[in-house]
Design a protein around this ligand. Structure first.
Ligand code: DI6
Ligand code: FE
Length: 401
């Protein structure tokens, strides 16, 4: 049995304590067998924990381990040359004609073995872990054929074997239309995407089904086909929606009880209301907003007004968000979207857990997994405030360092 107590800690519990951040000053937290078994004021620590091994944190801040609830960290190749071309003035079409764009990532991913995909992904995951991430979501979607989609998901699952981190996998076969099905998206969905989903599910590789609902990807009617299959298989759904235009993808996702709808720059009030009634989480992705030089702001005021939970994630991908820092994502959420530092921290803990359907993570309370981040700061606002500074002292994963 493993038992320990953290004392003299500033706890940002992210629970309803009446304090912002659910803050507990001079707090203590007891851990047994990988779970939090007690959390509160140090002075109220029950007698029975007094002889457990004790770690004096000298006032350091403890938060739940961070959760990146939207990533594409498994992929082959890179798009740095494309970045350069765009800054030299090339248009999106010129980049695509020169072999760039999402299709170039699909080509490189198809050429990579499962081991290679894993090895390419690990440094990206290590960067996240170094900033206190203890859980992340990883999508397929750069294979767009059955074998490569499955290979991506297997590589993603292996990350949790290679590193002390929880991984949730999402099937994103409806990410783009592969070149061999150009102008035949329905055929792609019926002949490749749905059978691949069925096979991936049969292999136990799918925690959620995702899609990209956009003019350059799939229509709401096409996404509905994929979601119908997900429903038949009993898998929860989520959606990339309203990123570049408003197609009503969010309302569609809400009608399937989606865990989350993500991006949302072009979301309108009807869409916000749909999310409020389905209980879906709004996942904002400031890295893509920044990289694409977007100017349309996600409707934060409406999301607040209708009490839709808001999460933040990196969207780490080679095209629109080559970002592997959740701390910078928090800063961007505040600076670009005017979120409060408290909303930003809740967005990468409590609300991110909700977006992944994880009900034993994201807050500090008895019964939850002991996935924690210990920071060399006194106040949680410092985590969002600084740019390019990692104040992580240590990470505790399932009770272990
Ligand atoms: N939204 C995006 O911005 C990307 N995918 C998505 O669903 C772009 C991915 C890429 O360019 O590789
Ligand atoms: Fe994405």
């Amino acid at each position: 049995m493993s038992q320990r107590v953290l004392t003299n800690a500033t706890l940002a519990t992210l629970t309803e304590t009446g304090e912002s951040y659910g803050l507990i000053e001079d707090g203590a937290l007891a851990i047994e067998d990988g779970k939090i078994c007690w959390c509160g004021k140090g002075l109220e620590l029950p007698e029975r924990y007094s002889d457990w091994p004790c770690d004096d944190l000298q006032g350091r801040l403890v938060t739940p381990g961070l959760i990146d609830c939207h990533t594409h960290v498994v992929f082959g190749g890179d798009r740095a040359r494309e970045f350069e071309m765009r800054l030299e003035g090339a248009s999106y079409e010129e980049v695509a004609r020169a072999g760039g764009g999402i299709v170039s990532t699909v080509k490189a991913t198809r050429e990579a073995s499962e081991d290679e995909l894993l090895q390419l992904a690990l440094p990206r995951v290590d960067a996240l872990i170094a900033e206190g991430v203890t859980s992340l979501e990883i999508k397929s979607g750069y294979g767009l054929d059955r074998d490569t989609e499955l290979r991506m998901l297997r590589a993603a699952r292996r990350i949790a074997v290679e590193r002390p981190v929880n991984v949730r996998t999402s099937f994103l076969g409806a990410h783009a239309i592969p070149p061999e099905f150009k102008d035949r998206p329905d055929d792609y969905l019926k002949e490749v995407c749905l059978p691949a989903l069925k096979a991936a599910h049969a292999e136990g590789l799918v925690d959620a089904v995702d899609g990209f609902c956009e003019g350059i990807a799939f229509s709401p009617a096409q996404i509905a086909l994929v979601f119908d299959k997900a429903r038949e298989l009993g898998i929860p759904v989520k959606l990339h929606a309203e990123q570049l235009s408003n197609l009503g993808g969010t309302a569609l996702a809400a009608s399937y009880g989606a865990l989350s709808a993500d991006h949302l720059e072009y979301l309108d009030e009807a869409g916000v209301k749909a999310m409020a009634s389905s209980g879906s989480v709004a996942v904002l992705l400031p890295g893509a907003f920044y990289t694409l030089h977007e100017t349309q702001q996600p409707p934060l005021a409406l999301l607040r007004q209708h009490k839709v939970p808001v999460a933040l994630a990196t969207d780490c991908n080679p095209g629109s968000s080559p970002l592997a820092s959740l701390l910078l994502t928090m800063n961007m959420g505040c600076t670009l979207f005017r979120m409060t530092p408290e909303e930003a921290l809740a967005g990468v803990t409590r609300e991110a857990a909700k977006a992944l359907g994880l009900n034993d993570q994201g807050t500090l309370k008895a019964g939850n997994r002991a996935d924690l981040a210990v920071w060399n700061v006194r106040h949680p606002a410092e985590l969002s405030y600084r740019i390019g500074f990692n104040a992580l002292e240590k990470r505790i994963f399932g009770g272990s360092e």
